[in-house]
Design a protein. Structure first.
Length: 650
């Protein structure tokens, strides 16, 4: 509508009642939602109750909550590990007390007042201690046996009439106690009690030949190769060959032989220990790395300058795995008699292993492990040979070839004199040593060689000490092991006019124990003194249980020297147990320190979560009151503005 005569035109627009009501309701609904949100925050204590309340804060809260839950899991693991290690420590301390009791009995029965009757009674006491030690070694924590290693669901130790068999292994159980950190929470019986024998360690590098089935990961003493590219040239052209997808030596050969350039050939070299490359064009060849790769070097075929082919690669030293074939062993020579037989004797038990039909290393190991004589055969840690250990505490383990066979010797596990411990000589009586020089050897030229073998463990050690003694000028006296029979041989090439003489010195009987005390009359050089039979009886577990069994049996036999030797074994067992106690205690301390750190992290994260998620009650209450006032004002305004009049109907 316009007003005539006015200098300005005015237009009146009518606001409808519907629009007024909608605007008013929108304002009131907004206030109501704010009131409800604030009431929800106050009642729950949380500022963020749904992601839309604060998307960034909600995401941060979820992250913090996840971190708190992870810390809770770590602390639960720590608590479990702490209880388990504390139980282990308690059992070990109880075991140490038992060994103290056994030591007291041993000392009493080597005294001058001991009689055969007192020793018989003492043997009964030791047998009871042995049974108590068995109970401690089989102690459980929850559903797990403490000392079984990874085999913790069954009794780790079994007591038989003449031995204690360890059914566990050398493995440790690990738990995560913090981000990226795990810790062993058990101590296997092999560590705590010496429950596995000294290994008959494979003395031969079985060095398998390179075959097309050889895994690249087994090359270079098990270090493998860096998969990548190589650049091959013949003087006219070059080709880049991608070996990154190869898994075996056969794959490498196939990829090279099928290269599109078509001028390179590859094969296993004549020695069977590496790869040979050649070209069918110029006869010249070079092999270089691509970028910073070491693929060619790792494969033993790096040749940076062009040279006449073929390129014979270097030895790439594959190691053993379970699938290594018997025929590839010893550089491809294999065993002389693939159907050979080996005798294993472990205490009163004996078995003959027949290798007939065995085609892989795994087949051989299975024959050993299924022989039923309580042994464990495995590939050694360097993956160069086979080791055999005994699980029978109190028994002695030996391995020999049957008849004229050589299989055990070729596998490097023949129980020969040079690898026997001094304690295992003379039918188990061992060789005693005293501090200082133990043996005096006078060469025919009058040179006197005095040797201290108190630190020697095996016959090999003794032979090495004699041959390298500084008084053995010119190395004219050579100690060795006889080719047949179990005895030491001394060969004197000095060419003097005297006799070859070996004597005990230092108040001991070491030379006698080694079977070499005596004289060889002067004669034409070289002069030879052949010792007496040392009667080795195989390796044994230097274990707590072996010590107790040996002490019990020595007391029954009224054998004072054997009682003394068993006492020394008990001292060694105490050292093992106390080392295990110290290890358990150190781990418990580490757990406690880790738990304290996690507790601090937990408190900091809780504070951060509260700051992010929790409501400020004072602020929320003030805002709630303000929103309620706004809502009340809105109601009052609505009541006034929304009264009906004639204008509402015009």
């Amino acid at each position: 509508m316009s007003i005539a005569g006015s200098s300005a035109n005015f237009t009146f627009t009518r606001v409808t009642g519907l629009l007024q009501r909608n605007m008013m309701l929108g304002t009131m609904n907004s206030s109501m939602r704010a009131i409800m949100d604030l009431q929800n925050q106050i009642s729950s204590g949380y500022r963020i109750n749904k992601p839309s309340d604060d998307p960034i804060g909600a995401n941060r809260s979820i992250e913090i909550q996840g971190m708190l839950e992870e810390i809770a899991r770590f602390r639960a693991n720590i608590q479990s590990a702490d209880h388990r290690l504390s139980a282990t420590e308690a059992a070990l301390l109880d075991m140490d007390n038992l060994l103290d009791s056994a030591k007291t009995i041993m000392l009493r029965e080597v005294g001058s007042s001991a009689t055969p009757e007192s020793r018989t009674n003492a043997a009964i006491e030791i047998d009871n201690i042995l049974k108590q030690a068995m109970s401690l070694a089989n102690r459980k924590f929850g559903n797990h046996y403490l000392f079984g290693g990874a085999e913790n669901s069954t009794n780790p130790f079994t007591l038989l009439s003449d031995r204690v068999v360890y059914n566990g292994d050398k493995c440790e159980d690990y738990l995560r106690i913090s981000a990226g950190i795990t810790m062993a929470v058990n101590i296997p019986g092999s560590d705590a009690f010496g429950a596995l024998s000294t290994e008959i360690i494979g003395s031969v590098d079985m060095g398998p030949a390179v075959t097309t089935d050889t895994l690249l990961s087994d090359l270079n003493d098990g270090e493998g190769i860096a998969a990548g590219f190589i650049l091959v040239g013949d003087g006219l052209t070059t080709t880049t060959i991608d070996l990154s997808g190869a898994e075996t030596v056969g794959d490498v050969l196939d990829i090279i032989n099928n290269d599109p350039a078509g001028f390179v050939t590859a094969a296993i070299n004549a020695a069977g220990d590496g790869i040979e490359l050649d070209t069918i064009t110029t006869g010249n060849i070079s092999v270089n790395e691509v970028s910073n790769n070491t693929t060619a070097s790792d494969l033993g075929i790096l040749q940076t300058t062009l040279a006449a082919g073929p390129l014979t690669g270097s030895d790439i030293n594959p190691v053993l795995n379970m699938l290594t074939t018997i025929t590839s062993l010893l550089g491809g020579a294999g065993l002389t008699n693939p159907a050979g037989q080996i005798t294993i004797t472990n205490g009163a038990d004996s078995a003959t292993i027949d290798l007939a039909g065995a085609t892989t290393v795994q087949d051989v190991l299975n024959r050993f492990n299924q022989a039923g004589v309580d042994i464990v055969a495995s590939i050694n840690s360097n993956r160069t040979g086979i080791n055999v250990v005994s699980r029978a505490n109190g028994s002695r383990l030996s391995i020999s070839d049957v008849g004229a066979g050589v299989s055990a010797a070729e596998l490097g596990i023949l129980m020969t004199l040079d690898r026997v411990k001094l304690d295992d000589l003379n039918n188990g009586a061992g060789v005693t040593t005293l501090p200082g020089d133990d043996i005096s050897i006078t060469r025919s030229d009058g040179v006197v060689i005095e040797v201290d073998i108190s630190n020697a463990v095996t016959i090999s050690d003794v032979i090495g000490l004699i041959n390298s003694d500084p008084e053995n000028t010119g190395g004219l006296l050579v100690a060795s092991v006889a080719a047949t029979n179990d005895r030491i041989v001394l060969t004197d090439s000095s060419g003097g006019g005297g006799d070859l003489l070996v004597e005990n010195i230092g108040g001991g009987f070491t030379a006698s124990g080694l079977g070499i005390d005596g004289t060889t009359a002067n004669g034409a050089p070289p002069m030879v003194l052949t010792g007496s039979d040392l009667s080795p009886v195989g390796v044994q577990t230097d274990s707590l249980f072996t010590a107790l069994i040996r002490l019990r049996d020595a007391l029954v036999a009224n054998d004072q020297p054997a009682i003394t030797r068993a006492g020394a074994m008990i001292e060694n067992s105490k050292e093992l147990v106390l080392n295990a106690v110290a290890e358990a205690g150190a781990r418990v301390q580490r757990l406690e320190l880790t738990d304290m750190r996690l507790e601090d992290e937990d408190l900091n994260l809780v504070a951060a979560l509260s700051e992010t998620r929790d409501v400020n009650f004072a602020e929320a209450i003030v805002r709630l009151q303000a929103e309620e006032m706004i809502f009340q004002a809105g109601l009052a305004s609505a009541a006034t503005l929304m009264q009906n009049s004639l204008m509402n109907y015009l």
